[in-house]
Design a protein around this ligand. Sequence first.
Ligand code: GCU
Length: 331
Amino acid sequence: MRRLAFLSGLLVFLLAGCSRSLAKEESPLLILRYADNQPIDYPTTTAARYFSALVSDRTEGKIQIRVFGGGELGEELEVLDQVAYGGIDFSRFSLGTFSKFQPQTKVLQLPYLYRDSAHMWRVLDGPIGEAFLASMQRYGAVGLCWFDAGARSFYTTEPVNRLEDLQGKVIRVQESDLMSEMIRLLGARSVQIPYGSVYSALQTHKIDGAENNIPSYQFTGHYEAAPYLFLDEHFRLPEVVLMSFAAKGKIAMVEPSFVGVVMQCAKEASLYERELWRKAELECEEKLKASGCTITYPEQAEIARWREAMRGIYDQFAGEDAEIIRQIQSQ
Ligand code: GCU
């Protein structure tokens, strides 16, 4: 908590410093755009603003990064396209969506792959996480850092207390084949819908439920239409911050050493986001309870049945991928 208070204070300080720097600089030499589909006060967007403030401060106001939240620059798939072409400079993505562009990242998001958050961070902060960030060059961007997005669970319009209750239900998933397959294995039907359209799909009963982490469920208001949360925590779905190649080139033209500065600022923003995330998870869970949501904390024996049902997904991974899975599991 004290660390969080310190970091929040630092953000205010940097934001203040940033405006001073900008005043001193008159106008920045480069203005870049950063996209996020979460509201501007969500942990990932708050961390993005912290990143922007750090960059401004350490480049003496020469580089300014404008953060656009709430999906203002488009849904994740559209934004990913734009980042590849250099139309948008930075973005934060869910790996669920990103795997459409780089299928190899699916191995990082298998159900019940990580034992807990600490296990996931050991993997992402270690050689495997670094190798995956570096591999994003193949997609056409620079992988800067990972953000936390906790664990995802199901939420529905009718109560779900055991696996049988999910049978035949229509569940929204990200635009991800892996997720659709997981829903099929659980005996339900999947519909792939962009994040920004899930609320209306719940309200109009086009779907019976969806799955996401606790802060997303709370911030989006999905709980109003689907007030039953079943905390099975099937996925830990990391998120990644990308920088377009075009942005990297533009930054280098201002001053070659600024590329390294921006990359370092992103690493620091990642640590800040993790702190914010832990706090948001707890606060949002309390808010959900206060709003009258029913949260079910399933017994381990019930979770074991869900895990068993989803096990088939692992059969699709062979060769090099199977080896990475083995390495992750052994950490
Ligand atoms: C999370 C994630 C979003 C993503 C969403 C989804 O909320 O932070 O970036 O779009 O999941 O389920 O689509």
